[in-house]
Every structure is written in C-alpha cells, then in structure tokens.
Design a protein around this ligand. Structure first.
Ligand SMILES: C[S@@+](CC[C@H](N)C(=O)[O-])C[C@H]1O[C@@H](n2cnc3c(N)ncnc32)[C@H](O)[C@@H]1O
Length: 264
C-alpha cells in the first residue's frame, strides 16, 4: 500500500510477513528465559493476578497457545484442582511445558484453528497473548465457541489493539517541541514482523477490536468484563511524560460468558 492510500507512510506499518510455524520453535528458549516464571514484570504483576481468579469454579479449562505452560500451571494450581489442557503448535514450547509442569496438565500439539476436542468439552478457555500469532482469527474464535460449554468462560488477553498496533507509540517531536501518543492505522489488518528483543523478531497480526468481538457475539459469547490496566510503573521509567504514558494501556483483557440467546 502506498502513502497515497491513506496518508500513512509505509515505514510505520512494519514489514508484511507470513506466519511461520518454525519461529516459535526457534525462539522457545528465549521465551522461556525472558517471559515465564516471574522473568517478565507484566506477566508477574499484571497478567498473573488477572488470570489467577478468572476460572474459579471451572472444572475443565483449555489454554490455547499455551507456550511453555505458565498460564496452564497457574490455573491448575487453584485450590479446587481444575483439569487443565494446553494446546500449542510449537513442539519446542510444549517440550518446555512438559518439563516444567506437573503431570496432571495435559499438553497437546495443535493449532487454535483446529481444536481436537469434542463440542462443549470445557467450561473455561483462555488465550493469553497468543491470538495475535494465529493466522485465522475467525476459525480460532469459532473453535473457542464450539468447545466451550454453555455458561462457560472465555478469557482473551491481547496487546491493546488501539494503542499498541503497528505505527502506534510515543512520539517526541523535538523539532515541533511536542510529544504525544500516535495511533497507527487502526483499521488496517496486517501481519508484520516486530523486533521484540535484541535479535528476536516475531510476526504479529494487528486486527481492529471488531474482528475479535463480532465473531464471538455472533456465537453467543457475551462480553461481561473488559480490563484495561494502566501500564506498570516499570514501563514509565525514563519516560519524558509519565502522566501521558500512564494513561495509555498496553494490555486488553476481555472476559466472555457463553450465553446462548433463547430461540423464539
Ligand atoms: C506469546 S506466546 C504466549 C504463550 C502463553 N500463552 C503465555 O502467555 O505464556 C504465543 C504462543 O502462541 C502460539 N501459537 C502460534 N500460532 C498458534 C496457533 N495457530 N494456534 C495456537 N497457538 C499458536 C506460539 O507457538 C506461542 O507459544
């Protein structure tokens, strides 16, 4: 797409890419060391508390895109000992998950787009920072609705699509002497390579919120709670405008209940 299409320079879109199955195998050890078991402040202080109580009362929970299993372990540690299953396409992520998790958690290799479970098999489903790595969002959300029993809970955690999409970020314009949070091309769906660490780039899908909410609403998944936590103090360190940045969420959490509408 050129600049003339919508006045957004190509450079701000990231580099368009395809998803690659191998990329999570290649980066499994990096993920394990950098983001799991307390290594990452956002997981430790924000995501973990949010997830810890989300499935109280649920007996059977599926973790889609479970990675190295930290979320599955957290849920399985609940006092009522729910049964937890994690699914992920990456063999290397699953090898770490099996090594680090108690044998009570079942880990299955597969994709969110094609869940190898019967209809209404789970009363809780979570997808934590994984849907942006799935190629076919409609297919994944359709599968979520299929395997989730009536009354069940679905918790979706994503990078905030409005504020953290491609081309969004803090701008310190020293020529004009102003700084602000820029919003990238929110409505444009892209898959782009983002450098997430030194020498580590991963493909992320950016989609507007309607691409998540509408397929779920069509399948009777009712939004019952939305979480937009402010960034943790660690993310404001060194900011030249912490007041502005403290008002820009990084994470979005959406909690749904499967409540079919009565047919007339
Ligand atoms: C950022 S990691 C998150 C892992 C875990 N949910 C957590 O929060 O620790 C993203 C995970 O999504 C997985 N993934 C990629 N494509 C997928 C797909 N089509 N279906 C399910 N998971 C997928 C990757 O293999 C990777 O383990």
């Amino acid at each position: 797409m050129s600049m003339a299409d919508d006045n957004v320079p190509d450079l701000e879109r990231g580099t368009p890419v395809e998803f690659s199955e191998a990329i999570w195998d290649e980066n499994a050890m990096w993920w394990r060391e950098t983001f799991t078991n307390g290594a990452d402040v956002e997981y430790a202080q924000e995501i973990t508390p949010l997830v810890a109580s989300a499935f109280d009362g649920c007996q059977s929970i599926l973790d889609i895109g479970c990675g190295e299993g930290q979320i599955a372990r957290l849920i399985a540690a609940a006092p009522h000992h729910p049964s937890v299953t994690g699914i992920d396409p990456s063999g290397a992520q699953l090898a770490n998950a099996r090594e680090r998790s108690p044998g009570t958690i079942s880990f299955v290799q597969g994709a969110g787009e094609d869940l190898p479970f019967p209809d209404a098999h789970f009363d809780g489903v979570i997808c934590c920072l994984a849907i942006e790595h799935c190629a076919d969002v409609d297919q994944v959300l359709g599968e979520v609705a299929r395997v989730l029993a009536v009354g069940g809970i679905f918790l979706l955690l994503i990078n905030h699509p409005l504020y953290q999409g491609v081309g969004s970020g803090f701008v310190d314009d020293q020529i004009l002497g102003e700084h602000y949070w820029r919003i990238g091309p929110y409505l444009t769906e892209t898959v782009s390579m983002e450098e997430v660490d030194n020498g580590v780039s991963l493909p992320f899908a950016h989609r507007p919120l309607s691409r998540y909410l509408n397929p779920l609403a069509e399948r009777d998944l009712l939004l019952v709670k939305m979480y937009e936590p402010p960034p943790l103090p660690a993310f404001l360190e060194g900011s030249i405008d912490p007041l502005l940045e403290s008002a820009i969420p990084r994470l979005l959490g959406l909690r749904f209940e499967h409540r079919p509408r009565p047919t007339i």
